[in-house]
Design a protein around this ligand. Structure first.
Ligand code: NCD
Length: 312
């Protein structure tokens, strides 16, 4: 069987691949800034077909994948809210869905699913490349690539970084994938801050030990913030279940005051404006980069789609 280029886990990317990818994402972002650059990119995969199927809510991932596909010349055929509007609402399983869709000759299928591991399952039935756009509490590899690109863009390196990760480390899949990428590079140290019931899954601690990546579970917030090059904050995935934890993990002026002047504050978004974990009054601080981070999703996903389609 020919080699199908799925994107399922951040672990599939080697450091060599990642470094080449950084270079390509930077060039793609530059090219997108000019009309001529955008015109050339549109010719790259003209006429190919992309399905995007989302069984969970999404704004950035869904629309940046759609835009990335369109900017590369693909025809994008989307199903949003697939839980209600696809045949899975009638009880169809993923196997049948994917087997049928493959008969419509898509060149790539972007899939977000609420069940952990279901996207990898889908790939096992698919003759077309499958891109994991988030699976349950599992992984979100393309988000991790845009997070890593943002770190590279802002700090000019991927190694010897101290990265503080806070919020819901148990169920936040963006964190799970980003850890897999950061642990591939020398000298990185990961600091974790979360309530005990939302601490990182044991499996990821085991991975860090196995790779020899330094890490620390932090008790002292001011010390942790003060030592970080990058602060990566996340929302509670299930706030209704843990309403009492919400106020514990809010970044305001005090926390920004602990951060180094050249550190950055990232967040994969969304931020719930009804009870934001990053207070609106800190958003104008130049160290807060979550909008740039989200914008990087476009060139990053373009380069990843280009790879999946055999463009490099
Ligand atoms: C994340 C996700 O869906 O995992 N959103 C995103 O894709 N940027 C983060 C989240 O929902 O908390």
């Amino acid at each position: 069987m020919v080699d199908v280029r799925h994107i399922l886990s951040a672990d599939q990317f080697t450091p060599e691949f990642i470094l080449e990818f950084m270079d390509r994402a930077e060039r793609c972002r530059d090219n997108m800034r000019s009309l001529q650059g955008r015109h050339q990119l549109r010719l790259k995969h003209a006429g190919k077909l992309m399905f995007t199927i989302f069984y969970q809510p999404s704004t950035r991932t869904r629309l940046s994948f759609g835009a990335a596909g369109n900017h590369l010349g693909l025809n994008v055929s989307p199903t949003e809210n697939a839980r209600d509007f696809s045949s899975q609402a009638k009880g169809e399983n993923t196997k049948h869905t994917i087997q049928v869709l493959c008969g419509y000759y898509p060149d790539v299928i972007v899939l977000r699913h609420d069940v952990t591991g279901e996207v990898a399952q889908a790939a096992s039935y698919s003759t077309a490349p499958i891109v994991n756009a988030g699976d349950g509490k599992g992984e979100h590899p393309t988000q991790a690539m845009l997070d890593l690109f943002t770190i590279y863009d802002q700090t000019e390196r991927l190694d010897n970084l101290r990265v503080l990760m806070g919020g819901d480390l148990l169920e936040g899949r963006t964190i799970h994938s980003l850890i897999r990428l950061l642990s591939r590079f020398e000298g990185n140290e990961l600091l974790f801050m979360a309530p005990p019931q939302l601490m990182l899954p044991e499996e990821l601690f085991a991975l860090l030990r196995e790779r020899g990546t330094a890490f620390k579970v932090c008790e002292d917030p001011d010390e942790a913030f003060a030592s970080a090059d990058v602060v990566y904050w996340t929302r509670l995935q299930d706030p209704a279940r843990y309403p009492h934890l919400r106020s514990n993990f809010v970044i305001g002026l005090e926390q920004m005051g602990w951060m180094r002047s050249n550190a950055i504050l990232m967040h994969p978004m969304p931020i719930d404006s009804r009870a934001p974990e990053i207070k609106p009054e800190v958003e104008s601080d130049p160290r807060v980069v979550f909008i740039e981070q989200a914008h990087n999703g476009l060139p990053v996903r373009m380069v990843l789609i280009d790879w999946v389609l055999g463009g490099w």
